[in-house]
Ligand binder design. Structure first.
Ligand code: UT7
Length: 330
């Protein structure tokens, strides 16, 4: 049966791997870069790196457990698990979400992955909202989880410096007031080439070894992604504000995908929401793709949010994809 209550976020949680590396790490391993260049051009100071024996589903399950432990609802109420990831445990199948179900000790509930790169978590929230609104389940666990350190060539200064590993999770379900107010999402396939994974040989792994086999590696036209990112985020947020008949001054917080602090500063100026309202963790965790938005949500919600706050979540990334969500904190 369709649910009459508003649908919102009931609890959040996250997990970050123990290993933290700072910008000097890249200089120490012989890369032609500097700590200052990385921090000035991206805003990143440190990032977390997954251990050799951890997989994306491990990170996702730990974030999911954290969301379950922080919430008032029992795991037994969950009807589905969606994992947004660009770095699934297996190419093809099984989905990472099925592995998470097993690791959480749950059975039978629907599980699937979403592939929308850095927009993945926001896309997955919209799917959870649509399913619950249609009565196909009442509660869902939505996770963004990535092990991007395995998708970069650690000798490539244009990309290796940017990415980090981690996972964030949210339980979505009926709330008394507020919840999801509106969505704006889309994709431009014609820009797929500016950020993609291409099979490549002779790449360097995080542990310093060389990989001779062809493996998928991130290739990015940084400047094109920067420009496209700013453009789609600004257009999408303006669309969302217009559809919901709200003004930029009504927004209490913006949680934008953490790709580059300069992207966030540029978006802030263009949409007229002061930068103090942009919540960021990029200095500490780098770009964690689909994990980026739920990590910020989880790290800030306790100290920052009050009931009734108007929050914009906005993801953008490879595809080229984008997804903006207006949320009233419940
Ligand atoms: O989740 C979405 C995925 N990615 C993004 O959103 C990334 C968006 N793009 C960016 O964040 C920025 O474009 C980067 C941080 C990747 C690069 O910053 P930039 O200010 O756009 O630098 P650039 O690409 O214009 O490069 C300027 C110079 C170049 O040297 P030349 O050609 O001027 O001699 C690069 O080769 O900086 C050089 N460079 C570096 N120098 C030191 C590139 N990477 C590095 C590096 N250290 N790590």
């Amino acid at each position: 049966m369709p649910i009459n209550n508003p649908i919102g976020i009931l609890s959040v949680g996250h997990y970050l791997p123990d290993t933290i590396i700072d910008n000097h790490h890249f200089v120490d391993r012989g890369m032609d870069t500097s700590s200052e260049w990385i921090e000035t051009r991206s805003g990143i100071k440190t990032r977390h790196i997954v251990s050799e024996n951890q997989s994306t589903s491990d990170l996702a399950a730990l974030a999911g457990t954290s969301a379950i432990n922080h919430g008032a609802v029992d795991a037994s109420v969950l009807d589905f698990i969606i994992v947004a990831t660009a770095t699934p445990d297996h190419q093809g199948f099984p989905s990472t979400a099925c592995l998470v179900q097993e690791k959480l000790g749950l059975t039978n509930i629907e599980c699937f992955d979403v592939t929308a790169a850095c927009s993945g978590f926001a896309y997955a929230l919209s799917i959870a909202y649509a399913k619950i609104t249609a009565g196909i389940g009442s509660h869902g666990l939505v996770i963004g989880a990535e092990t991007l350190s395995r998708l970069v060539d650690w000798s490539d200064r244009r990309s290796a410096i940017l990415f980090g590993d981690g996972a964030g999770a949210a339980i979505v379900g009926p709330v008394e007031t507020g919840g999801f107010l509106g969505f704006d999402q889309g994709a431009s396939g014609h820009a797929a080439g500016i950020l993609s994974c291409i099979h490549q040989s002779n790449t360097e792994r995080f542990n310093g070894t060389h990989q001779t086999d062809h493996i998928p590696i991130i290739h990015m036209d940084g400047q094109a992604v920067f420009k496209q990112g700013v453009q789609v985020v600004v257009e999408s947020l303006n669309q969302l504000f217009s559809k919901q008949s709200i003004h930029a001054s009504d927004v209490d917080y913006v949680i934008c995908h953490q790709a580059n602090i300069r992207i966030l500063e540029s978006v802030s100026k263009k949409i007229g929401v002061p930068f103090e309202k942009f919540l960021t963790n990029i200095d500490r965790v780098g770009n964690t793709s689909a994990a980026s938005i739920p990590l910020v949500l989880s790290q800030y919600h306790h100290d920052q949010f009050s009931k009734g706050d108007i929050i914009c979540l906005v993801g953008f990334g490879a595809g080229f994809t984008w997804s903006s969500i207006l949320l009233e904190w419940s």
